[in-house]
Design a binder for this molecule. Structure first.
Ligand SMILES: Nc1ncnc2c1ncn2[C@@H]1O[C@H](COP(=O)(O)OP(=O)(O)OP(=O)(O)O)[C@@H](O)[C@H]1O
Ligand SMILES: [Mg+2]
Ligand SMILES: [Zn+2]
Length: 679
């Protein structure tokens, strides 16, 4: 060892490292893999020769030359034939001792070898780049080779034939030139690295060589080792700017796993997590820990709990079924939708909050953009791709871009975003749970219209939500006074009136912890779900309209039940989980105007709004009440029923049910027995 350290020549010193068994093996595998790259763990070099390792980090441009030479020299010993064939080896360093955050990257790093981590938000397609260009002299026919390093193609200064030496003209010879694959990507801070309220930082990265190009796609989280460069942008006739632009010349790229298990959990935290897994009141505690400062909305918080924990994705040999849930909140202005969404985005592992328009040109799904200057095309990832394996909270989803309206269908069910435009063909992952919010298109939710009529989203998108809830801002004395107290309390004391039983940090880790669990349906749970689903199916069969309770609702029920078992950290889905899933589904269906207590189930009203009859009938009833009020000052129930049957052929039992619905909604009330009045 001491002897080795005395060797001054960096090439020899590096070659010493490659003489150990691990690297001899890697060298001999190069031929099999048909690669010119040799991956070296910087850790190994740090242990063997820390001074050399430091030098490489400090002055990579010089040192990498020596290192590559050393690798070639050692390859000549291990695999002389292959060494002769490839002529050049590129050493790629993996695992630097320190990750530099994109936020910290600055002028002190210029020319240094660093490791950064981020999410790929943009990528050009792989493009051939010439490394050595061949030119034929038009005067004498001699071919001159020019090594290329600048962004622009360098032509020969003069013909290389000593007998000619003329300055051209030259003709570029593609066949005789050498090309490598190249690609430019942009990486950005991951949502969880982003300090609250800050715009994410990004940096462009140049990838050169088959081993680096197309290794990662937009949406992937990568760790990149590379040399920091600063280049002055040039302006025609004005020269170069004094402020330089930074980019990274990559030496190595690694796709980082997105699995939530990678979240670091300390022993003390693990203890607390294990305690939670045994807590019999875990469901209540989790619900109470979701946005405790927002009053009420228990059922919505319950749904958010299911969304956070998620169902189990199924990967069958032929098809894939998503495990993540999509929940939509449609609500009047000022009903805390945005607040809820923002809270969930902070709470969820890999949570992201954005508005329907998206915060970038790529919107919610993806876009193909024309690069500035270069004129090439680049693929940019939208919010759902960036939130891959996380939770996307999309506010004002009804205002999304036209292109997203098409692409979101695939994203919500297949969990992919496909792009085929401008020569770019790609499929990106978008395995996200989605919590979306929207305002009613008429300003306020109109209970006499269907969901589809209340919101400017097509039925095809609505049907991809597992649960839809309506948040209405209707005055209700008791709730109002409690809520007023709650809000004023919050404003006067400045502290949350309810402490969350589980602090957000712990809850986030608990969620990650439970994700590895894949609960299975118990016999009882399966039977409950089956019964409920078949009952809904047969009920909707009796309608003249086509069946609208579809397998989608069944899959949703399973997802919810799975999520509930996960919350309690149970491998088995019990009857109580199935029951809870049915209840919340029922609640959601009822909120959007489907009465499951009647024997006729009409989910069509939710989606297509086809049997306009129901809402028409509700209007007729309201109008009749107003008319009777005008005539006699008070609408008598019996008179109303008679009028409805006589004039509109709405028979007694149906009329009773619809009147009940109006009373429940608070649209009409009964000032004294047997009388009705419009509120
Ligand atoms: N149930 C509630 N508990 C506590 N605060 C509430 C509640 N409902 C509304 N608020 C308060 O009302 C304000 C408005 O909420 P927010 O901006 O989230 O509404 P919104 O539903 O997103 O409205 P819009 O549809 O106009 O965007 C917030 O400050 C929120 O805290
Ligand atoms: Mg809002
Ligand atoms: Zn010539």
């Amino acid at each position: 060892m001491t002897e080795e350290l005395l060797v001054a020549d960096p090439q020899e010193r590096f070659q010493n490292l490659l003489k150990v068994e691990k690297y001899r093996q890697r060298l001999s595998q190069m031929a099999i893999a048909d690669t010119t790259s040799l991956v070296v763990d910087l850790d190994d070099l740090l242990t063997a020769d820390s001074e050399l390792a430091e030098n490489i980090l400090e002055e990579p441009d010089e040192q990498l030359e020596h290192v590559n030479q050393a690798a070639l020299a050692q390859l000549q010993i291990e695999e002389p034939e292959y060494a002769e064939k490839i002529e050049k080896v590129t050493v790629r360093f993996k695992g630097l001792p320190l990750t530099t955050s994109l936020r910290a990257l600055g002028s002190i790093h210029i020319g240094k070898l660093v490791m950064v981590e981020g999410i790929i938000i943009r990528a050009t397609p792989a493009r051939p780049m010439v490394t050595q260009a061949a030119f034929r002299c038009r005067r004498c026919g001699n071919v001159t080779f020019v090594d290329q390093s600048s962004p622009f193609l360098s032509t020969p200064v003069q013909c290389s034939d000593p007998a000619c030496r003329r300055k051209g003209p030259f003709e570029f010879l593609q066949k005789e030139s050498t090309f490598i694959d190249s690609q430019q990507v942009r990486i950005q801070e991951t949502p969880e690295d982003l300090p609250p309220g800050q715009l994410p930082r990004w940096i462009n990265v140049r990838l050169e060589g088959r081993e680096l190009v197309d290794v990662a796609r937009p949406g992937d989280i990568v760790s990149i080792v590379g040399v920091v460069r600063a280049v002055a942008p040039t302006y025609p006739r004005k020269g170069k700017l004094r402020v330089f632009k930074m980019h990274l010349d990559a030496n190595f790229i690694d796709v980082v796993s997105k699995e939530p298990e990678t979240a670091i959990i300390s022993p003390e935290e693990e203890e607390k997590i294990l305690e939670l897994t045994k807590d019999p009141w875990i469901h209540r505690k989790v619900i109470q820990s979701i946005a405790p400062s927002i009053y009420g909305y228990e059922h919505i918080k319950e749904s958010i709990m299911y969304l956070l924990f998620g169902g189990v994705p199924k990967e069958l040999p032929d098809i894939k079924i998503r495990g993540d849930m999509n929940v939509l909140l449609i609500g009047d202005p000022g009903t805390a939708k945005s607040q809820l969404l923002q809270y969930v985005a902070r709470l969820a592992p890999r949570g992201l909050y954005t508005s329907g328009r998206g915060s970038t040109a790529a919107g919610l799904t993806a876009a193909v953009l024309r690069e500035k200057g270069g004129g090439g095309m680049t693929l940019e990832a939208g919010a759902l791709v960036l939130a891959d394996k996380g939770v996307a909270c999309i506010d004002e989803i009804d205002k999304m871009r036209k292109e997203d309206r098409v692409a979101i269908h695939e994203a919500m069910e297949q969990h992919t975003v496909s792009v085929a435009k401008g020569g770019i063909v790609a499929t990106l992952n978008a395995r996200t749970a989605m919590l979306a919010a929207a305002n009613p298109s008429l300003g306020r939710y109109d209970p006499y219209r269907t969901v589809a009529e209340n919101i400017s989203l097509p039925v095809t998108i609505l049907s991809r939500f597992d649960l839809i809830f309506v948040l209405r801002d209707v005055p209700e004395k008791e709730i109002d006074s409690k809520m007023t107290e709650h809000i004023l309390d919050l404003h006067s004391t400045g502290i949350a009136p309810v402490e969350p039983p589980i602090p957000p940090d712990l809850l986030r880790k608990y969620i990650s912890y439970t994700k590895k669990l894949k609960p299975l349906l118990s016999k009882e749970a399966l039977n409950r779900l089956k019964d409920f689903y078949l009952k809904m199916r047969s009920a909707s069969e009796t309608e003249e309209t086509p069946i609208a309770i579809t397998a989608r609702q069944l899959e949703s029920l399973v997802r919810i039940a799975e999520a509930r078992a996960r919350v309690a950290y149970r491998k088995e889905i019990l009857a109580e989980d199935a029951e809870a899933a049915i209840n919340i589904m029922r609640r959601s269906l009822e909120e959007v105007g489907i009465d499951l207590s009647s024997d006729k189930i009409d989910i069509d009203i939710l989606m297509t709004g086809k049997p306009k009859s129901v809402r028409d009938k509700l209007r007729v009833i309201l109008d009749s009440i107003v008319a009777l009020e005008k005539e006699t000052g008070m609408a008598e129930r019996s008179a109303l029923l008679e009028k409805l049957e006589r004039e509109y052929e709405i028979i007694g039992s149906e009329a009773e049910r619809l009147i009940e619905q109006l009373v429940r909604e608070g649209t009409i009330f009964s000032p004294e027995k047997g009388c009705l009045k419009k509120a």
